[in-house]
Structures are given as structure tokens and as C-alpha cells.
Design a protein around this ligand. Structure first.
Ligand SMILES: Nc1ncnc2c1ncn2[C@@H]1O[C@H](COP(=O)(O)OP(=O)(O)O)[C@@H](O)[C@H]1O
Ligand SMILES: [Mg+2]
Length: 292
């Protein structure tokens, strides 16, 4: 049985039990999405928990996750459905003697010859699912327009088959890393959630969830340093994903404190551009040196 939450607090607790620590607005928007049946557009920098939110919601709501990973050039054939040409050809070749073309035609445009892709699967599933349309900003506006239609009516028309209506209502999350501005039309149809780097307290909790054995001292220092690094003008500031990786690495190395030396040795876990490394080594390295 899928879960239907009855309050924001319930969603907070549910997501937590699914291994995701939501901020206030995350829990609120997730709750509204499940109750209003509206898609959520989740925007924010890379590595702040956008994709994971959809996964956690699927675990908590006990719905299967259907994921459409977007990329440049993604089209309807890969996202929605396409005809199985090879199978259709075989059917035509196996044409029985004297068979009318009309019969063959009806046959090869029947459901048996249809290849369903994530979007169609999500709306035709008997059991309600969580549909994750990940990194929508990588597709073009044409694709966005197609999606709009699907998300507003929850039905599609396949010329040869007719209208296909949703059998169940998915909880829909679209994520974007902001690489391009999405259309107003899309935004209008969605609830909006901006996910940013968390507060130090929140991030500390997330890191401890993923690396429970880490010592209090190291965890606090790590968060402090990561916040410091984020303040610098870097090409790619470290995300939660990097904080977690760093915590796990420090744990493996048996670190008891974050010394300047250890920082120099491991900072490439959180900073991954040559020029960024130079900036961080200079600015943060010096600060740590003074503190030690
Ligand atoms: N609120 C959170 N609670 C628990 N883990 C989180 C949270 N936010 C981020 N994470 C962790 O951070 C990592 C990166 O998250 P991800 O969803 O892949 O980022 P994004 O999709 O925004 O680029 C994942 O390992 C995820 O488990
Ligand atoms: Mg992601």
C-alpha cells in the first residue's frame, strides 16, 4: 500500500526514516506535492540532494521510482514510446499468403509492437509511482513543451492507438542544475523548491548520517572548513556529496583532528579544479595553519 501523508511533520519523519534529512521547505513542498498532485521543480547547485529527494520519497511513499535521466538530444522516442521497427519488419515478412495489408497494419501498430519508455511507463503503471525527470535543463525547449502536455493532462495520444490515459497519478519531481532558464509555462505548472547548500547544523547532521562513526571534533572542523571553502570564489564549490566523501575518507584514514597537513593531503576530495585548488591551498591552508 502506498502512503498518503496527512501532515508536513509526517513527511519530515517519513523522509528521515528513508535516510533523507529534509529542510523545512523541502518537507513542506513534498507534502503539498503529494496532496495537490502537482509536479515539483527542484532547482539548485549540483550535489545538494535533488535526485536523492526523489529516491527518498519513493522509499517513504512506498512507490516504485521511475527515472528519466535527461541529456542533450533526448527525444520522445527515448522518453515516451517508440515502435519496435525490427519486430514490425519481422511481422511483415512473416505475412501470411493472401493476407490483406489492412490486417497486417492493424497488427503491427498494436500494443505488442510498442516499446514503452519511462514517461509512458509512469502513467500507465497500475501502482502509483514516483516519476523523477532528472536534469531537465539538459534537454531543449521542444522537449519541455512535450512534457508540459503530459504533466498537465496525464494522458498522451499515440496516433495509431488513440488516447492513453493515466492509470495512476505519479508524484513527479523534475530537477535542474540551472544550466539554462526553464520556460515560464513549465514553472507555472509546478511547485517550486530551491535547494541550496545547507546550514552548518543541517550539514553536520547529514554527514553524520552517512558517516556515523566520525568523531565530533573532525565532523565539526570539516563542516567549518567546507563552509569556508564555499565562501571563496571557486569554479565549483564543494557540495554535500563532497562533504560526505571527505568525511568517509577522513574516517578511513583514522583522522582524529583536521590538521593543516591532513587538509593539504585530502583537499582534492572537496575541490576538483586545478585553479580552485590553488586558491583553497592558499586561503584556507593559511587559516588552518594559524588555528593549529
Ligand atoms: N538532506 C539530505 N539528507 C541525506 N542525504 C543527503 C541530503 N542531501 C544530500 N544528501 C546526499 O548528498 C549526495 C548528493 O545528493 P544528490 O541527490 O545526488 O545531489 P543532486 O542531485 O542535487 O546533484 C547523496 O549521496 C545524498 O545521499
Ligand atoms: Mg542529481
Amino acid at each position: 500500500m502506498t502512503v498518503t501523508p496527512t501532515s508536513v511533520d509526517e513527511v519530515t519523519a517519513g523522509l528521515r526514516s528513508a535516510g533523507y534529512l529534509p529542510g523545512e521547505s523541502t518537507a513542506l513542498v513534498s507534502y503539498l506535492a503529494t496532496r495537490l498532485g502537482k509536479p515539483v521543480l527542484v532547482e539548485g547547485p549540483a550535489g545538494v540532494g535533488k535526485t536523492e529527494l526523489a529516491k527518498a520519497l519513493s522509499r517513504y511513499l512506498d512507490r516504485e521510482l521511475v527515472r528519466l535521466q535527461c541529456y542533450e538530444g533526448l527525444d520522445e522516442a527515448k522518453a515516451l514510446y517508440e515502435w519496435n521497427y525490427r519486430k514490425q519488419l519481422l511481422r511483415i515478412q512473416a505475412e501470411r499468403e493472401g493476407e490483406a495489408w489492412g490486417t497486417v497494419h492493424d497488427d503491427i501498430f498494436g500494443e505488442e509492437f510498442l516499446l514503452t519508455r519511462p514517461l509512458l511507463n509512469a502513467i500507465t503503471s497500475e501502482k502509483p509511482v514516483v516519476l523523477l525527470i532528472d536534469e531537465i535543463d539538459k534537454t531543449d525547449q521542444e522537449f519541455e513543451a512535450m512534457l508540459l502536455e503530459l504533466l498537465s493532462d496525464f494522458q498522451i495520444t499515440i496516433p495509431e492507438l488513440g488516447r492513453i490515459e493515466a492509470r495512476s497519478m505519479p508524484v513527479v519531481l523534475l530537477t535542474s542544475n540551472n544550466s539554462r532558464e526553464l520556460t515560464e509555462a513549465l514553472k507555472r505548472r509546478c511547485l517550486y523548491l530551491w535547494l541550496d547548500y545547507p546550514t552548518p547544523e543541517h550539514e553536520l547532521e547529514i554527514v553524520r548520517l552517512h558517516a556515523p562513526e566520525i568523531s565530533e571534533t573532525v565532523a565539526r572542523r570539516l563542516i567549518e572548513v567546507v563552509s569556508m571553502v564555499r565562501e571563496l570564489d571557486l569554479k565549483k564549490p564543494p557540495s554535500i556529496a563532497e562533504s560526505i566523501d571527505w568525511a568517509r575518507a577522513l574516517l578511513l584514514l583514522g583522522a582524529e583532528d583536521l590538521t593543516p597537513e591532513l587538509f593539504r593531503q585530502t583537499m582534492s576530495i572537496i575541490v576538483k579544479h586545478r585553479t580552485d585548488l590553488d586558491i583553497v591551498a592558499e586561503r584556507v591552508g593559511v587559516k588552518l595553519g594559524m588555528a593549529a
